[in-house]
Design a protein around this ligand. Structure first.
Ligand SMILES: [Zn+2]
Ligand SMILES: [Zn+2]
Length: 258
């Protein structure tokens, strides 16, 4: 284990989620420098500097989730709480940026990715406690689930009695399904392709009222039939590589003012 300064900590990895981005970056690396990938990280604090514990309240043995954005804490975005836009985490444009799973392993102290035994936590890492009784495996779903909360509840305004069309039954689409159901949506329609048959069943198990195979049925006709021609309140596009088709279907499937 490397030595760490008083205001930092070391995380022993328990679970690292594999994101769609990981697959893309592994296939086509954006640079030739070595990178330890893995940005959906759950682990146990293995060593914590005294100052780290004093400032952040975490001590050795705590099970935590670490956000992949490492913010500066000083800029306009950070002060707005929108630290995902902070320049300190913009690895594409700022060579000094730190983002777990993306930052070059050449940058000291090198441990910037979750596909490893240990991850370095500087003073400005954003760390959350995993609630008691939640296993590391379950906690590992936090990133797609948080996307579910953000996209459907915050951005889409899904709530009690909402009708929702979720396009794409991948991990993001399934997370939206769970969150929309929990938020009280009264109608959840999930679309997918014939290849998604197993995932469509999972969508149903998680609360989808209808699933539509867009290769076998005309999705718009089915949505009109289900909603009595009214359309849905909210459309969430969770497809990948489907081009503009889901966007156009989304516009057509929306209710007035949806
Ligand atoms: Zn990701
Ligand atoms: Zn900042």
């Amino acid at each position: 284990m490397p030595d760490i300064p008083e205001d930092s900590a070391l995380l022993r990895m328990e679970v690292a989620g594999i994101c769609g981005t990981d697959v893309k970056l592994y296939k086509t690396p954006p640079s030739s420098t070595p990178v330890i990938m893995g940005h959906e990280n759950i682990g146990t604090i293995a060593r914590a500097g005294r100052e780290f514990t004093r400032r952040k309240g975490f001590k050795e043995g705590d099970l935590v989730f670490v956000e992949h954005y490492v913010m500066c804490g000083k800029c306009e975005w950070c002060h707005l709480g929108e630290y995902r836009h902070c320049e300190n985490t913009d690895w594409r444009h700022n060579p000094d940026a730190i983002r777990y799973g993306y930052t070059s392993a050449e940058k000291a102290p090198h441990l910037w990715g979750g596909f490893a035994q240990y991850v370095y936590l500087p003073w400005n890492a954003v760390v959350h406690r995993v609630p008691k009784g939640v296993t590391p495996e379950l906690a590992g779903l936090v990133t797609p689930m948080a996307n579910g909360v953000e996209w459907s509840l915050f951005d889409g305004g899904v709530g009690y009695d909402s009708s929702v069309l979720i396009q794409g039954p991948g991990q993001q689409g399934l997370s939206q399904t769970v969150i929309c159901k929990q938020a009280g949506a009264s109608l959840i329609i999930v679309t997918g392709t014939s290849r998604d048959r197993a995932r469509m069943q999972v969508a149903k198990d998680l609360g989808a009222d209808h699933v539509i195979d867009v290769q076998k049925e005309d999705p718009l006709a089915r949505i009109n039939e289900i909603t009595g021609g009214k359309g849905v309140d909210v459309v969430l596009d969770c497809t990948a590589g489907a081009g503009a088709t889901p966007v156009l279907l989304g516009v057509d499937a929306l209710k007035r003012k949806g």
